[in-house]
Design a protein around this ligand. Structure first.
Ligand code: ZN
Length: 85
């Protein structure tokens, strides 16, 4: 398995695509004096920020999942111990 697989690979792909659209829109918006394109480019910038936050969340969750091999499924508590019968 590579370093970036699954969710992180999809997030990186979306970050690359969104960044290229951001750059294309802001350049075209300033050269053609289009306020709509400039406004949408900043919308794309906010999308990039949320994708970065999502990427960090995936990385942190993978780090926490590897702490001493502890996983939620490994707790092996019965329904009676949890009080949900
Ligand atoms: Zn958006």
């Amino acid at each position: 398995m590579g370093r970036y697989t699954g969710k992180s690979c999809r997030l990186i792909t979306m970050m690359v695509l969104t960044s290229s659209f951001f750059l294309a829109e802001i350049v075209t918006g300033y050269t053609t004096h289009s306020v709509a394109l400039i406004a949408d480019s900043f919308h794309m910038l906010s999308d990039i920020i949320s994708l970065v936050v999502g990427f960090i969340a995936v990385k942190v969750s993978l780090e926490l999942g590897n702490v001493e091999g502890l996983k939620f499924q490994d707790l092996n508590l019965s329904e009676k111990q949890l009080g949900i019968r």
